[in-house]
Ligand binder design. Structure first.
Ligand code: PEP
Ligand code: CO
Length: 458
């Protein structure tokens, strides 16, 4: 497979130029005319985000890459259409707001909040098909494509789901914007974000202390200046999803008045998954041409020279804030795999934001066949990344978690001690196991401590 772009190819980008390249992880639609009709409809619908927001996020990401902000990205592995309802959306927003408040305290930096939501509906799979009791059907690829049930009708990709996914993304983002604009994210009122069971949590006291300290600081500043601190009345929130289904992403790729270039306007921050980041592949081709800030997932198999090629392909101008490397090595591989990649990027002066995803390299299956992740391994990878970057004079610019504001039992461990026996009780994810509310808050508290040590040792 070719990895370098020729001059004419580099200048020859179009929203559909990815179609000339091999595209991994794409569904097969039996009726191409139906797909075409849906895509035409999608490309006429109004966008979900604006180029101003996208550019503002890119600017903030550039500051995070320089160590002046910190990125918190989190949400479900895969959103489901059925969970597009107010309670589930509000509780995801609440936990991300709570975590960001804790991180502000620890890091003394502004936090960039990015949800894995309002479009996280397409999933890469390790095999195209699944066989049960001698019956083979296409794999479930997320609600944007097909259904998880094991009947032929469930698993047949239906192009209409692209429209349903787009509409639910719009409903989700509309509700989030309304909550935020209505004052839900006001730092003067963190009590709005309390989840029902917070008071039962062993972490409640530490969190409440932090909230009180922030409240006191706000009131102190406001007394001093005689004004309310307007910026504290609301916080920004951005959306992200894996840009996996290329026809869907293409349909929302637009030019806007008074700006050059093309924007993907169905999300602020699309990322390329670890399974679709091949140099010379269709995903890199599509992503290199859009103006959004871009994430790329990387694991221990990437060689330093290929990582540099990837940086050149996605970010030939070395624009700060453009490229976030979301690394997911796994606790057993991180110490060996990460340092050579950091060195290569440092030596070549590439502008990247290092964002640790401590979830995807740490999945395991229990003896009873349940997919899970252990809190201590997730935390361990995060700590390693933090220190490995620091040793080399770089720094961790963000974190990426699979989490939910609900009281699920999908990951093991944490202060509340989820055991293997608990996994059956509230295991709801359709794909990967998520940190529950308490585990997420605890993770944020521990990360904040790590960052506070860093801050006080300066
Ligand atoms: C994911 O983020 O859900 C995912 C599939 O991750 P990765 O591409 O890193 O495997
Ligand atoms: Co996942």
């Amino acid at each position: 497979m070719k990895s370098e772009l020729t001059f004419s190819e580099a200048n020859d980008w179009r929203p559909d130029s990815w179609q000339r390249k091999p595209a991994a992880q794409q569904p097969h639609y039996a009726d191409p005319a139906a797909l075409k009709r849906v895509l035409a409809e999608l490309s006429r619908l109004p966008p979900l985000v604006t180029s101003w927001e996208v550019e503002s996020l890119k600017q903030q990401m550039a500051e995070a890459a320089q160590g002046r902000r910190f990125l918190l990205q989190g949400g479900d592995c895969s959103e489901n259409f059925i969970d597009c309802e107010s309670g589930a959306i509000a509780s995801k927003l609440k936990i991300l707001l709570q975590m960001s408040l804790v991180l502000v305290q620890g890091s003394h930096k502004k936090i960039i909040r990015v949800g894995r939501f309002a479009g996280q509906y397409a999933k890469p799979r390790s095999t195209d098909t699944e066989t049960r009791d001698g019956i083979t059907l296409p794999s479930y690829r997320g609600d944007l494509i097909n259904r998880p049930g094991f009947h032929s009708a469930d698993r047949t990709p239906d192009p209409e789901f692209l429209l349903r996914g787009y509409e639910r993304s719009a409903l989700t983002i509309n509700f989030i914007r309304a909550l935020i604009d209505g004052g839900f994210a006001d730092l003067h009122h963190p009590e709005y974000w309390e989840l029902g069971f917070v008071h039962n949590s062993p972490l409640a006291a530490e969190y409440t202390r932090m909230v009180e300290t922030i409240g006191e600081s706000l009131r102190f500043m406001e007394t001093l200046t005689g004004n309310t601190i307007a910026e504290m009345n609301r916080v920004d929130f951005f959306t992200s999803h894996e840009g996996l289904h290329l026809p869907y992403e293409q349909a929302q790729t637009r030019q806007v008045p008074r700006r050059s270039g093309w924007y993907n306007l169905c999300t602020h921050f699309p990322w390329i998954g670890n399974r679709t980041r091949q140099l010379g592949g269709a995903h890199i081709e599509y992503f290199r041409g859009i103006q959004n800030p871009i994430g790329v997932k990387i694991d221990a198999s990437i060689r330093p020279e290929d990582l540099l090629r990837l940086c050149d392909a996605i970010n030939p101008g070395n624009e700060p804030g453009r490229l976030t490397l979301i690394h997911r090595f796994g606790i057993h591989r991180v110490e060996k795999a990460f340092p050579p990649l950091i060195s290569a990027v440092q030596q070549q002066g590439k502008n990247v934001l290092w964002c640790c995803d401590p979830m995807h390299g740490n999945s395991e299956t229990t003896s009873t066949g349940i997919k899970t992740r252990r809190f201590e391994k997730i935390l361990g990878e995060l700590e390693h990344c933090f220190h490995l970057l620091k040793i080399q004079g770089a720094h961790l610019g963000g974190v990426h978690f699979e989490l939910t504001g609900d009281n699920v039992t999908e990951c093991l461990g944490g202060a509340s001690g989820v055991t293997e026996a608990d996994l059956g009780r509230a295991y709801h994810t359709a794909v990967d196991p998520r940190l529950n509310y308490e585990q997420s808050l605890e993770m944020a508290l521990l990360l904040a401590r790590l960052m506070a040590q860093e801050h006080s040792s300066k």
